[in-house]
Ligand binder design. Structure first.
Ligand code: MG
Ligand code: MG
Length: 274
């Protein structure tokens, strides 16, 4: 039912508050991704920011999950459960987080590499992985701004990553529509697919979230039944933003500036939702 994926302008305006609150939670978490911190501490920080801002952690609304963030370290790609794991120098840490405000949702993810002076090559390789993944997200968002069909996003992400070297783009997990629910239709692929997907037009709101590895794309689910890890043990990065398409352009709801700074070099100027 593709008709149902397009939201009204009022609906899109409802997506702004949860987007900004999600961004604030990730800002606070980012500051505490340091050696010695535990992932459950990061979870508590995100929860306190979201509740103080009048929101609710929407990950806790997913059946069977009770935390505010997912924290995925090193070869864990996504869906890692916060706990007593202590972060160490050289770790590559992906934090996925979402807030719900007045029934609307934000969903965003960042990756941070913790400095380790004793392993400069490992840190550089992981930082490059994170940088390429983040840039691929912005290329996907820029493509959305100009796209006729949604599959142009995945093509842009794949083309950019391929231009940067040898990386693996996960195919088992993908982006999604977002609105009253955190996860809605349509599927947003991070790689080239033949099916054009729905038309990109006013009212579309999607979470774009490339998951990229330093090796292969095969994954497995750990014994906790949540955490997704790379089969070959290589490190992974995950970046995500929620993006609204409206009558006058696009707006990244989970970026404080709507994505302006990151999109400028790509020739796209985000426009606030009217
Ligand atoms: Mg997410
Ligand atoms: Mg998502």
């Amino acid at each position: 039912m593709r008709k149902g994926i397009y939201k009204s302008a009022a609906d899109l305006r409802g997506m702004v508050a949860p987007g900004v609150l999600t961004a604030k939670a990730l800002d606070a978490v980012r500051e505490r991704i340091v050696p010695g911190a535990t992932t459950i501490e990061l979870d508590a920080i995100a929860e306190s920011v979201i509740r103080a801002g009048g929101g609710e952690p929407n990950f806790a609304l997913v059946p069977g999950y009770r935390h505010t963030i997912c924290s995925s370290v090193n070869e864990d790609v996504v869906h890692g459960i916060p706990g007593d794991r202590v972060l160490e120098p050289g770790d590559i840490v992906s934090i996925d987080c979402g807030a719900q405000v007045n029934g609307w949702n934000g969903d965003s993810a960042i990756t941070v590499v913790i400095p380790d002076p004793s392993r400069p090559e490992l840190v550089a390789e992981r930082q490059r992985l994170s940088d390429v993944t983040e840039a691929s997200l912005w290329h996907g968002i820029a493509a959305l701004a100009k796209a006729k069909h949604l599959n142009e996003v995945g093509s842009a992400i794949e083309d950019y990553i391929d231009s940067q070297g040898e990386f693996g783009i996960l195919e088992d997990y993908v982006g999604h529509g977002i609105g009253r629910s955190m996860h809605e239709a349509p599927t947003v692929f991070n790689y080239r697919v033949r099916d054009k997907g729905p038309a990109v037009k006013a009212g579309l709101c999607v979470a774009i979230e490339p998951m990229v590895t330093l090796g292969g794309i095969d994954t497995f689910v750990r014994e906790d039944d949540w955490t997704i890890a790379t089969e070959d043990g290589t490190a992974a990065a995950h970046w995500e933003h929620s993006v609204a398409v409206h009558a006058n352009g696009i707006w990244v709801t989970t970026a404080h500036d709507g994505g302006a700074a990151a999109l400028a070099p790509l020739g796209v100027t985000p426009v606030p939702i009217p």
